[in-house]
Write a protein that binds this ligand. Sequence first.
Ligand SMILES: [Zn+2]
Ligand SMILES: [Zn+2]
Length: 318
Amino acid sequence: MTLGINRRSFLRLGMAAGAASFVPRWTFPQATQPAPPTDRLAQMRAAGATTPIKTTKLYNNIWLLQGAGGNMVVQSGKDGILLIDSSFATAVPHIREAIAAVSSDAPHALINTHWHVDHVDGNEGMHAAGFQVVAHEKTKTRLSRPSEIKLFHMSIPAYPAGAIPTLTFATSLSHKHNGDMVELVHYDPAHTDTDIYIHFQNADVLHCGDIFFNGFYPFIDEGTGGSIGGTIAAARKSLALAGDKTKVIPGHGPLGDKTALKKYTDMLSSVRDKVAALKQTGATEQEVLARKPTADLDADWANGGSPDMFVGIVYRTV
Ligand SMILES: [Zn+2]
Ligand SMILES: [Zn+2]
């Protein structure tokens, strides 16, 4: 690939990209060659069709759902079901089953954490099932037109009307729902320019979307406003909201807490500082990659893959 990464790490990066994201490696399609660019979306959707959803209870009426795409959350109650993120279109039957297994309440709203395909692709199906779609206004804009993620040679057509958010906001939205105060707040551009967090204040559950990849180097979408500095600022903003008992949900990876988010934020800062220092000396991206600035962190964060994609993003956006 253009960054000189091997096939194995490319697949891994495709996963971290929120491409097939938190699919365990062994469930990711193992072609002998990387799929042609046009097939990447189909490949991710194929994973959505076959990956089962794991449900974890977080609170009396709140559950974490983990499948092929980004982590989802369900809140149930008499005001209707709130769902955060919709994974891939092909996962919609699995999501509906997982919701039905924990609640018979009526559908109410689906909230998108940001515009990426592994968080919104099921919008149309969930909307058809009765959920209105709520997101930041730029998520609506981005889903309404074709978009691309150049790093993955991935083109995403404009979504049909049924997938487009029906209620949007610019800065924040507070909503009393099922006895909890639910806060939706836009981060300044971080992983993309559409990221929001969702905080269930009484239950003390915080969904950070792709601001937080729990346990591995993140993908940051430099093509739609993302940067390492913005991601660090957003991670710190999230950290400021978290108490010792807060359940902190990452976009990808296992359920987290304040300690895990702090460790992640420290890692981001450390890589940013090292790469920025090298860049300031005039080193090119290839030279910085060759210096392996994350060598001391890779055992904990590279997850068996290559750190090069992440270091490249840091270099280009620092
Ligand atoms: Zn994602
Ligand atoms: Zn994302």
